[in-house]
Write a protein that binds this ligand. Structure first.
Ligand SMILES: [Zn+2]
Length: 307
């Protein structure tokens, strides 16, 4: 016979069962979202969009990407290549960068041959900038190719900001390339890869006393978020065997070397600091391990300090 207590007990139990069932459902939902996220990541590595039609046969993923890599051909990606174990293969398979087109561009620094590339996974359209007379590739070059790997800086290059020396570094290296040969690779990664809005937020904190590194840390952003995989693809495309890097930044050298790029020497770019940039340049030197930037002249000099 049902007592009042037993009815209440059964009701309570049903509620507990429902709560358990809801918790289990929530758990499943979480796992599904994780799997969806992982699927998107794997598709991105393979250069496919989530809306692409995919059929899996015998361990092969066959798909027609909506936005293809230039030739619009059907690509097949083996499962082994996605999330690969082999280091050099995983670098090659991640952030595939393909040539789009080229033109001759007249500039204040002279005429340049500009080759445009596209890396869909990083959302970047890098440019390789060289003298207009450079034809074909560098397969027959006997010496290291002088290379400047330059990251976009809208605040200085477009708005004329005096807070950093990026615009001067870009134009100095373009002039160097115009007069001495070599190449500038321009990558659209603003503010060390954190993007323009985050960079403005970091500047805001800097107005209140933080330096470049502290500002990024307080915003929960890495001090360095730049990616250089496209550089490897571009150098391979142009058959560059080894480079003399125009940089003051040891991080750039080690990043490129990790990608299998042979950096055989370094040339420093020395830009005269102004009253706004001197604090930033001091931070680059003291907090980010940049090589010494002190000089009174805008020059490109050898790594040993000789002009
Ligand atoms: Zn800058």
């Amino acid at each position: 016979m049902e007592t009042k207590e037993s009815v209440l007990f059964m009701k309570k139990r049903k509620v507990v069962d429902r709560i358990d069932a809801l918790a289990a459902l929530e758990d499943l939902e979480k796992k599904m979202n994780q799997l969806k996220k992982r699927k998107t990541e794997l598709l991105a590595i393979a250069g496919l969009a989530s809306t692409d039609k995919i059929a899996t046969t015998n361990g092969m993923i066959m798909a027609t990407p909506k936005v293809s890599n230039v030739n619009n051909s059907i690509r097949s990606v083996t499962k082994g290549a996605v999330g690969a174990n082999n280091n050099s293969n995983s670098i090659r398979d991640e952030h595939i960068t393909t040539f789009v087109s080229e033109t001759i561009l007249p500039t204040k620094q002279g005429k340049f041959r500009i080759r445009a590339y596209r890396c869909e996974t990083l959302g970047m359209e890098p440019l390789a900038i060289m003298h207009e007379n450079v034809k074909g590739d560098f397969a027959n070059a006997s010496e290291a190719i002088t290379l400047r790997v330059h990251d976009k800086c809208m605040t200085s290059e477009v708005l004329g900001s005096l807070k950093c020396d990026c615009k001067e570094q870009l134009f100095t290296s373009m002039s160097y390339v115009q007069n001495n040969g070599g190449m500038v690779i321009y990558l659209q990664q603003e503010g060390r890869g954190i993007g323009i809005a985050n960079k403005i937020a970091a500047y805001n904190l800097q107005e209140h006393g933080a330096d470049t590194v502290e500002a990024n840390t307080r915003l929960g952003l890495p001090a360095e978020a730049r990616r250089y995989e496209p550089v490897k693809f571009i150098l391979d495309d142009l058959k560059v065997k080894h480079v003399s890097l125009m940089t003051n930044n040891p991080f750039k050298i080690s990043s490129l070397e990790k990608l299998g790029i042979r950096v055989t020497s370094r040339k420093s770019i020395i830009i005269e600091p102004n009253m706004y940039s001197s604090k930033y340049l001091k931070c680059k030197r003291e907090r980010m391990g940049h090589y010494d930037l002190i000089s009174n002249y805008m020059v490109v000099s050898d790594g040993d300090g000789k002009a």
